[in-house]
Design a protein around this ligand. Sequence first.
Ligand code: ADP
Ligand code: MG
Length: 246
Amino acid sequence: MTVSVETRNLSITFGHGPTALKVLPDISFLVEPGECFGLVGESGSGKSTVLRCISMLTDFWKGEILINGKSVRDMPLIERCRTLQMVFQDPYGSLHPRQSVRTVLSEPLRIHKLTNHEERMQKVLSDVGLPGSFLDRFPHQLSGGQRQRVAIARALILEPSLLLLDEPTSALDVSVQAEILNLLQRLREEHGFTYIMVTHDLAVVDHMCDRFAVMLRGEITEILPREAIPGCEAVHPYSRELIGAS
Ligand code: ADP
Ligand code: MG
């Protein structure tokens, strides 16, 4: 199943009173089923916060977030985990050093009471281009790219429809970045995932995204098709600067 994602007047404020920090004043966008939608903008502009709201890792928001028309707030945790998963920037930080790949992949299967663990784990490892023998490896026995493949396998094991990718290649060597982007591209073609992908790298947008939103200080300056990058069709001065700088 492919899913749409809509944020309607999403706003988030951290803290209260005079020290309150309004990080997202009012964000609205619609991601079509099967689309790869990019979020770009300078550090601190609120890109990760948008993903954290959609996944309910942050719950201090107002407005609406709808997945296939259903509010994420109304989804029980179990349904949310089966619908969407996140992949983080740093595969070193997101895998526990004492957990083998088998533990990382089998825990969600156990929690969600799914059967055929071995078969599902072998399938997902093969999907991300790793041999089945890697089930018995620990993070320190993997390269950076292999760790990110395991993190992607962990995101895929419950067969979600939506992947929220927070700079998934930024911590990797350039050659490995290309491998992981190609992997994500292939997975999307094969499974029809919807992606929302945060990146500060326009080359990544050019490689992966159908459309992208430019964010500046918590606001979307404009939403552009990928084709706008070389032609620089952006209207807003900040997006023009960002695109011109690539
Ligand atoms: P980006 O991913 O674009 O670099 P973030 O979404 O991580 O930006 O952060 C946007 C702003 O929100 C930053 O100023 C950050 O310090 C602030 N922020 C993020 N999470 C919290 C939090 N839990 N409490 C307070 N401020 C936060
Ligand atoms: Mg971020």
